[in-house]
Design a protein around this ligand. Structure first.
Ligand code: F6R
Length: 263
């Protein structure tokens, strides 16, 4: 990665979200991986929060490469993922467990028992959510949470609405999401109608947060999150109340920002 491929920006506010704008998806992935691996290397028994989706695939590929080269060690890393469909079997190739195994866990020296996702077949989803929150607290909270952002500003499956939900919870998917996801399943009937999602509480309790976003279709969500009102109608906007957040995004995703200037 050339240093010119990544530029630091600031909106001049103390404690503001730190922003890196990258020339390409590869530069974005390398920058995010450098931050994540740097943090992992600083602390034993690291608790890493993870996201699925297309945005972090490059980050995970880069982390796997760094692991392969001996530059980051996952043997004492514990992970908690943001969300999982409900109901879904872990073996289903659309499950987020399947995704994580494929893109990260099978490629690094992590102990599989230390990788946690919400159970898409939990008999009692409420109990599953409470146990997940308790496990995160008992682990000492998340050291670094990786996030993507939805086009509507969602983080995890925390969708726009009139409130921020703090705890892990069962989410009813909107018809739009079901339809968007149906292309990945054999038929729309197979798309799960619900998901389990970490709430805003565990995300905001993370000691640091790295959000990755690329593409023009994310520009409005990034603008609303960083420069709009802090409101549950853009769930990511709450990240501005956190003291240690970095956005690592490409030029397209940054294209609507007006308040940030190069450092
Ligand atoms: C996935 C998740 C979602 C995604 C978001 C962006 O675990 O929590 O909030 O981060 O929908 O998805 P992509 O990266 O596919 O655009």
């Amino acid at each position: 990665m050339k240093t010119t491929d990544v530029k630091a920006y600031s909106n001049g506010k103390e404690n503001g979200v730190r922003l890196f704008v990258c020339k390409s998806y590869d530069a974005l992935s390398a920058k995010a991986a450098a931050i994540v691996s740097g943090e992992i290397n600083k602390k034993a028994n690291f608790v890493l929060g993870l996201a699925t989706g297309t945005s972090p695939i490059g980050l995970y590929t880069e982390l796997a490469r760094l692991n392969d080269e001996g530059k980051v060690d996952f043997s004492r890393v514990t992970t908690y993922n943001l969300d999982e469909y409900y109901p879904i079997d872990a073996e289903n190739d659309q499950s987020y467990r399947y995704f994580m195994n494929k893109y990260l866990f099978n490629k690094v020296n992590i102990n599989m028992d230390d990788t946690h996702l919400l159970n898409g077949r939990a008999p009692d989803p409420e109990a599953e959510c409470r146990a997940y929150d308790e496990a995160i607290v008992n682990a000492g909270n998340i050291d670094l949470q990786v996030l993507g952002i939805g086009c509507n500003g969602h983080i995890g499956f925390n969708e726009p609405g009139d409130k921020f939900i703090m705890g892990t919870h069962l989410v009813e998917l909107t018809e739009n999401t079901i339809e968007a996801n149906s292309r990945l399943f054999n038929s729309a009937d197979e798309v799960p109608r619900h998901a389990l999602s970490m709430g805003i509480g565990a995300i905001m309790n993370a000691k640091s947060i790295v959000l990755v976003a690329n593409g023009k279709n994310k520009a409005k969500a990034v603008k609303d999150a960083l420069e709009g009102e802090i409101t549950p109608y853009c769930q990511a906007s709450i990240l501005r109340l956190h003291k240690n957040v970095v956005f690592v995004i490409d030029e397209d995703a940054a294209s609507e920002l007006t308040e940030y200037k190069p450092l």
